[in-house]
Design a protein around this ligand. Structure first.
Ligand SMILES: Cc1cc2nc3c(=O)[nH]c(=O)nc-3n(C[C@H](O)[C@H](O)[C@H](O)COP(=O)(O)O)c2cc1C
Length: 243
């Protein structure tokens, strides 16, 4: 089957993205970085509560320290830029309030807003994402969910603070992928790094207690030697299941 030009372009971007461990000295234009960050923010995310943050570290002293917190990996040391990708488990209340504000603005301008949408943000979101002190509410919700779920399909997570971490990291990782593919589309390269000292990164950026650092992105122009191996993937049938 012949695919569309868009599909072919997307395939080129996906296939040419590699994790790059050595970068040239070429700078990445600020407009490119801002554009890629804008595209990252368009990633799909749970309940549109946007649990992510991207900290582009430009201050030279902080950058030095961040290199060290990235264990001085060659990707970090040689990258033109480093972006710390952060997942937040507690910003959803602010973001939900903003969703409601924007929905009400749309309604005031004449957009028809389904009742299910307003109910969702006014009622369901606070119920679903509040875990309560010591996860007491989560515990009660867990029992309620168990009995409710005996008779019918029901959402099972998030029911704990740990679930909230998974929840926030899930959506943030999707935005990270958008970011990496966006840089590739601009003919720049990235290396996602979880080989980091997250405690030092959090301290450096003075991140609040609910902030997690799923990865730091090294960004720059690839050096040919920055691709360590040809692309390797295991047997497709291990991963793709048609049921
Ligand atoms: C969450 C995550 C963390 C990673 N951490 C590191 C890292 O610390 N250092 C590194 O060199 N590569 C890191 N990588 C890159 C992987 O090793 C790489 O994606 C994998 O080997 C597949 O290669 P490819 O990205 O070129 O397809 C990470 C990738 C992901 C998604």
């Amino acid at each position: 089957m012949e695919f569309s030009e868009d599909a072919a372009a997307f395939q080129r971007i996906v296939e040419s993205r590699r994790s790059i461990r050595l970068f040239e000295k070429d700078p990445v234009p600020e407009a490119v970085i801002q554009h890629c960050l804008d595209l990252a923010l368009l990633a799909p995310n749970s309940s549109n509560l946007q649990p992510w943050e991207f900290h582009w570290v430009r201050t030279p002293a902080k950058r030095e320290e961040l290199n060290r917190a990235c264990l001085s990996q060659a990707a970090a040391n040689t990258a033109a830029e480093l972006i710390v990708c952060v997942a937040r488990t507690r910003t959803w209340r602010r973001n939900c309030a903003d969703m409601i504000r924007q929905i009400e603005e749309l309604r005031a301008k004449g957009t028809r807003i389904p009742k299910a949408t307003t109910d969702y943000y006014y009622k369901l979101v606070p119920f679903a994402y509040t875990q309560g002190p010591l996860s007491l509410l989560g515990f009660l919700k867990r029992i309620g969910t168990f009995f409710y779920g005996l008779a019918r399909p029901t959402t099972r997570e998030p029911l704990s603070h740990t679930d909230m971490k998974i929840w926030a990291i899930k959506s943030t990782a999707l935005a990270c992928e958008n970011l990496m593919l966006a840089f590739r589309a601009h003919d720049f390269d990235t290396c996602p790094m979880e080989g980091i000292d997250s405690r030092r990164v959090r301290k450096l950026l003075q991140l609040p207690g609910d902030a997690l650092v799923p990865m730091v992105l090294a960004v720059g122009k690839r050096r040919p030697a920055g691709v360590t191996l040809p692309r390797i993937r295991a047997e497709r049938s291990w991963f793709v299941k048609i049921v």
